[in-house]
Write a protein that binds this ligand. Structure first.
Ligand code: PHE
Length: 444
């Protein structure tokens, strides 16, 4: 895709939605929502996706489109040089994200194999927990799985089949949604599931402390792939024929749908099987196989599910590699192939300790967090919100003339109501809220 543009509006929407819809909806959303207690957290997260998230996504895409450059050169192209620091923030964030995301991507590939040999299709929750624990604690298997996922991402990008994968996701994403619907129905009809879900959903607004709100914000931005420049890079391939607000609305709609389905799919069986969201990042991988086991031809469902999830993860990891490699390549004039390979190798090195932090390096903690958890926290709760605030301030107060044009406004005309709303939310409300949350959180 180097230097090229999307073939059509659909091409851009597919790539952007492919980036957004990934492990976030099915792996991260259920356990983070579960750990933060139900309804109030969910309402808040969705409210953030539709307000701040949408506006940040929009201005991030617009910067890319206006600059027609990668994250490292885009800011200086539209404003004073010092702003390129934001590009570095994004590239570093993208690198750390790609590193730990690939660990979970690797689990997904490994579970495709486990689905094939049938070993995970059992209704015994304890056994599923043990299988997940044993696999992630095994240094050889977990690092091999990580390497396979990074390698696959690299192969797609180098092989130039990226557009093919994105086009395929036009069929595969709806198929994943459809499969999730079937799994939701089965999960909700397990004894105890509906009741567990109902009590889980009862909102408790008193539980929304600053740290919880940051979790919700981090989850919203993570789900939309916005805050570190991945959507900026995708936006830089956008030609004049594409309607950015409409594309962003599609991304928000599909992300929301995927997250709602993800939560409804994973959490009810968690309650029915007596598991708990406190089980953490492995939750989806521990509980979903049990749902397959409750279905006829469960093994077929299992294979299909993990294959589709792997494709969804891949269309997200491609955008991470793209963010880092395309931005470095564009900045330093490096060729696409070698720089992508170098980034993948470094990601493998950085991801390895994260993978091992589920096993032999589990005792190694940073502020109580394993290395994997610390990397996730750094990206989701610090880099995405602060990066998003920086991007929004830049877009609204430094490069607004170019940004509004990239959003489709005519030159010389006054900003319409929509543009004014975007500017107020992205330029004032979002940075103020993010800053206030950080101050409140630091005070404890
Ligand atoms: N939105 C992706 C997912 O949900 C993750 C992502 C975050 C991708 C930030 C790119 C940038 O899986």
């Amino acid at each position: 895709m180097s230097n090229s543009q999307w073939a059509s509006r659909l091409g851009f929407i597919l790539a952007a939605a492919g980036s957004a819809v990934g492990l976030g909806a099915i792996w991260k959303f259920p356990y983070v929502a579960g750990q933060n207690g139900g309804g109030a957290f969910l309402l808040l997260t969705f409210a953030l996706i539709f307000s701040l998230g949408l506006c940040l996504l929009l201005v991030e895409m617009a910067i890319g489109r206006a600059a027609q450059r990668g994250a490292l050169r885009a800011f200086a192209a539209l404003g004073p040089r010092g702003w390129s620091l934001l590009g570095w923030w994004g590239v570093v964030g993208g690198f750390v994200l790609f590193s730990f995301y690939s660990v979970v991507g690797g689990w997904t590939l490994a579970y495709v194999l486990k689905a094939f040999d049938g070993s995970i299709v059992t209704t015994d929750g304890e056994r599923l927990g043990a299988i997940f624990g044993a696999f992630t604690a095994d240094p050889v298997h977990s690092v091999a799985a990580l390497a396979a996922f990074v390698g696959l991402t690299l192969a797609v990008v180098l092989g130039g089949v990226q557009k093919g994968i994105e086009a395929a996701s036009k069929v595969l994403m709806p198929l994943l949604f459809l499969l999730m619907l079937v799994l939701i129905v089965r999960g909700l009809t397990l004894p105890g599931a509906a009741q567990g879900l109902r009590s889980f959903l009862a909102p408790d607004f008193g539980a929304l402390h600053a740290a919880v709100v940051i979790d919700a914000l981090g989850l919203a931005l993570f789900s939309l792939s916005t805050g570190i420049g991945a959507m900026l890079v995708y936006g830089s391939y956008v030609g004049p024929e594409i309607d950015l607000p409409r594309s962003a609305a599609w991304v928000v709609a599909l992300t929301t749908l995927a997250s709602v389905l993800g939560g409804l799919m994973v959490l009810p069986p968690v309650f029915a099987l007596g598991m708990s969201p406190a089980q953490g990042p492995g939750l989806s991988y521990m509980v979903m196989p049990a749902v397959f086991a409750f279905l006829p031809a469960g093994q077929v469902f299992a294979v299909l599910f993990f294959v589709l999830l792997a494709v969804a993860a891949l269309t997200s990891s491609i955008s991470m590699l793209e963010l880092v490699a395309a931005s470095l390549g564009d900045r330093f004039g490096w060729r696409r192939g070698p720089v992508s390979i170098a980034v993948a190798v470094l990601v493998l090195l950085a991801g390895t300790p994260a993978a091992l932090s589920f096993g032999i390096w589990n005792g190694w903690r940073i502020g109580g967090r394993t290395l994997f958890e610390a990397m996730d926290y750094l990206v989701s709760n610090i880099m995405l919100p602060l990066g998003g605030a920086g991007i929004a301030l830049f877009a609204c107060w430094v490069a607004w003339p170019q940004v509004r044009r990239a959003l489709g406004a005519a030159e010389g005309a006054a900003d319409g109501a929509g543009l004014r709303a975007v500017r107020i939310v992205a330029g004032i409300v979002a940075p103020a809220i993010i800053l206030a949350l950080w101050v409140a959180n630091l005070r404890g």
